[in-house]
Design a binder for this molecule. Sequence first.
Ligand SMILES: Cc1cc2nc3c(=O)[nH]c(=O)nc-3n(C[C@H](O)[C@H](O)[C@H](O)COP(=O)(O)OP(=O)(O)OC[C@H]3O[C@@H](n4cnc5c(N)ncnc54)[C@H](O)[C@@H]3O)c2cc1C
Length: 459
Amino acid sequence: MTHRIVVLGGGYAGLTTAKRLGRLLPDAHITLVNERERFVHRILLHQAAAGRDLDAPRLADLLRGTNVELVVGRAAGIDVERRQVAVVGAERRNSPSRAAPRPPTKQGGVSVTTEGSADTASPGSSSRSRVPQGAETTGATSIGYDSGTPRGASSPRVPQGSEAVIGYDTLVYALGSVGDMTRVPGVAEHAYGVSGRDEAAALRDAVARNDSGTVTVVGAGLTGAELACELAGRHPRARVRLVSRGEAGGWLSPRGKRHARAAFRRLGIEVMSGVGVTAVKDGAVVVDGGSVADSDVTVWAGGFTAPPLAAEAGLDVDGLGRIPIDDTMRTLARPEIYAIGDSAAFTSRHGNELRMACAAAIPMAWHAADVIAARLSGRSVPPFHFRFVQQAIGLGPGDGLVQYVRPDDSMVNAVLTGRTAARYKDFVCWFVAKTLPHTGPYTPRRRHPMLPRPQVPVG
Ligand SMILES: Cc1cc2nc3c(=O)[nH]c(=O)nc-3n(C[C@H](O)[C@H](O)[C@H](O)COP(=O)(O)OP(=O)(O)OC[C@H]3O[C@@H](n4cnc5c(N)ncnc54)[C@H](O)[C@@H]3O)c2cc1C
């Protein structure tokens, strides 16, 4: 039977791993599930929130020429026992160029071939097909494959009314992260986020409406600091305030801190360090001790968390909802499930937990693809060599900070600043965007013929 790999999440990690798997394993059936049809360049969202245009390429275009099937829809549940994913609003959006042959449908199962699917559309053409509803007794539809499990019995993890159920042999969980808007009262109702495209667009519009009002950015980590600088640089009439429970920019080295503080001053950002926000209200934030500060627009950049799907599926997760993984990117309890990017919790051999970063998500994605391909073709699993070398931070138009780090991600008192650092950061973002359509600069050219039956536990 053709090995079915389902990748959940078409962000930096999921897209990269799906494409690389497609190249390494042309005989596998690879499906990428993403809730939107367009790729979101999250590392540029603070710029989009400040009014800059953001390129949003179609995932189908980024997958052109690969054997990766794109399903646009929201993954709503994972049944880890039956190895199925429920997807709401599922639509196939491309025609994989080298679709693997479909396996025969098993007794009792329903295999749906949709109009314009990989089976019927001409190679390279773009297709969109609505997956028919109600093809199964559960009210769900199987995309392409029979999952091999008996129908009719209810599945506790797959919500009723889901439009599609996709079976997998290997699952790659790459759903990223979202702003943690639940821990402080009023944040979900009254604050803007910056972790998604819609959130950034809503924030951009709110700031444009309050161009000379007060904008409060809560959280002075990398995202909050970049956002405050970008907003202050592009909206000079606005009063931008940066509120931080710890010292603003406190994670940086002494030199890094000095430069960041100078940038905040230059941009007129009002920094409130050592202040916790205890509630957000309409038009105000409440801080420690109960004082209230007016705020026309409040942005929550006070931490990120992984989506709840893994926990809901009964997988072990850490306090941020991330799945702990080993150095092959595999979950500790389920050998057929891998996790990468912001949704994964990985402690490196240097002892540090990888922070949520695009800079980590992409190497994790390359590695997961290489490991899965190696396991399925009976080759030895490559080691994971990754360490951060720096943090590149934009400090508004024309200024930046490159903070160098040790292998364990602790700060070295060495930085690059100013226009050169800003150019470097722009180059990194440009480079990421340019290389996304490819499978990674170090992809081995050879393909991995899969074993008829895997000799090692697959996942
Ligand atoms: C404003 C901002 C600036 C940043 N700047 C930097 C930086 O300079 N450098 C850096 O290294 N990192 C930066 N980051 C962090 C970086 O963006 C993330 O670490 C990176 O996006 C993680 O990649 P990922 O693939 O794990 O997740 P994501 O890029 O978030 O991708 C997850 C994908 O899964 C999809 N998805 C989620 N839930 C579902 C579902 N239920 N069903 C289907 N699809 C779903 C999402 O739509 C998304 O496409 C920044 C983040 C922000 C918000």
